[in-house]
Each structure stands twice: as structure tokens, then as C-alpha cells.
Design a protein around this ligand. Structure first.
Ligand SMILES: [Zn+2]
Length: 60
């Protein structure tokens, strides 16, 4: 199950949508490049299938 969440880029502040696979694990972290400023950010997601519980991003 894919859920979209909105986060703000820690580098440039632009909002963007992340697609989270909520069945891929209760805790997920990965690095994603901002589509606006192209800087990498670390994304940390807590979820359960069908629901995103929390998401946080930090600059790499
Ligand atoms: Zn950015």
C-alpha cells in the first residue's frame, strides 16, 4: 500500500510529496534527492500497513 505524505525539504524548504510503501516495514529510512534543489535528504518514516504514523526529514 502506497501512501503519499507531504514533507518540507530541509535544505530549501520546498514542500514535496513522498510515496511511502507502508507495507515495506514499520520503520524505514532512506536517502532521497530533493526534486527542487537536488540536495540529498535523509527520510525517516514510521508506519503500519495503510497508515503513515510519522515522517521526518533531515539534511544529509
Ligand atoms: Zn530542496
Amino acid at each position: 500500500m502506497i501512501e503519499d505524505v507531504i514533507v518540507d525539504c530541509p535544505s530549501c524548504g520546498e514542500a514535496m510529496a513522498l510515496s511511502v510503501d507502508t507495507t515495506a516495514g514499520a520503520e524505514q529510512s532512506y536517502v532521497q534527492d530533493c526534486p527542487v534543489c537536488c540536495r540529498p535528504m535523509e527520510v525517516y518514516v514510521q508506519c503500519r500497513p495503510g497508515t503513515v504514523l510519522s515522517v521526518s526529514v533531515s539534511a544529509e
